[in-house]
Write a new protein. Structure first.
Length: 277
């Protein structure tokens, strides 16, 4: 194992500019399999994970995604490893602002939503920043679908935390001491509800996606399905006890721009003409 690790390790430390991409990610694939097979190799997991999570190149995606899906469950099995995952994920989200990097990390979080659930509070605000940045652009249909998946994942996180909090309160009411004794600071943090400002932001982002114009091209049907899905998610969230109710604050000032784009274009043209004269 040591010989194989020593042979493949340069793929972690090498620069992408001087190494063949296929060679680099094949080496990372070998290291990931060693980490999954031999617990002693777990010390290298954070570095291998960060290299793979930055693998946004289209030509290597067929290697990177399956390897990440295999590596994460094998690596993250205790609270310390969860902390390492939170740190590594935050680092990537804060450093890599390219569209492909953002899409890659969101896709990873969606695929492993249950694994990220205990550390959701460490990354949720960064997720919202990324979604907000992406939503300001005209996105391809697959990226729009991914963002809706991410919002749905956040919604399910909040549902789960509410259920756990209610269960803990029920046990406390019944005077079940063993459960109360097991309650730790980390458990209480896990049950912490999503902040109202975050819920409102995600709800408003869903409304933005639902209001995006439907393409008249051959992808129009797919775009319409995407908008309908956003509407369905809005209905679910606002009608539930989780994000709905009187406390939800919707900011709908952008609706005029979506529903009457011609008027805003005309106003913008008039303003430009007036400035030139």
């Amino acid at each position: 194992m040591r010989s194989i690790t020593a042979f493949a390790w340069p793929c972690v430390s090498s620069s992408l500019s001087v190494v063949d991409l296929q060679e680099k990610y094949t080496g990372l694939q070998v290291l990931a399999h060693l980490i999954a097979k031999f617990p002693i190799a777990k010390k290298a997991a954070p570095q291998v994970f960060q290299c793979l999570a930055k693998g946004t190149h289209i030509e290597t995606r067929k290697i990177v995604n399956p390897v990440l899906d295999m590596l994460l469950p094998a690596w993250v099995t205790d609270p310390e490893e969860l902390k390492a995952l939170a740190f590594s994920t935050k680092k990537i989200m804060m450093e890599d602002h390219g569209i492909q990097s953002c899409v890659h990390i969101l896709s990873l979080i969606v695929r492993h939503g249950d694994l990220y659930y205990p550390i959701r509070h460490h990354i949720l605000k960064l997720i919202i920043v990324i979604i907000t940045r992406l939503s300001a652009q005209q996105l391809p249909i697959d990226q729009r679908r991914l963002i809706l998946d991410m919002i749905d994942t956040a919604f399910r996180w909040h549902q789960k935390s509410r259920a756990e909090a209610n269960e803990s309160a029920l046990h406390a009411t019944d005077g079940v001491e063993p459960v109360a004794q097991k309650t730790s600071t980390s458990t209480e943090a896990s049950n912490t509800q999503m902040e109202k400002t975050d819920r409102d932001q995600l709800t408003n982002l869903m409304i933005r996606f639902a209001c995006q114009s439907i393409d008249t091209t051959q992808n129009g049907t797919i775009s319409e399905l995407s908008a309908r899905r956003a509407l369905s998610q809005i209905e679910t969230t606002l009608s539930s006890e989780v994000w709905g109710g009187e406390t939800c604050e919707l900011r709908l000032s952008f609706l005029d721009r979506f529903l009457c784009p011609d008027e805003f274009t005309a106003v913008g043209s008039s303003a430009s003409s007036g400035g030139q004269s």
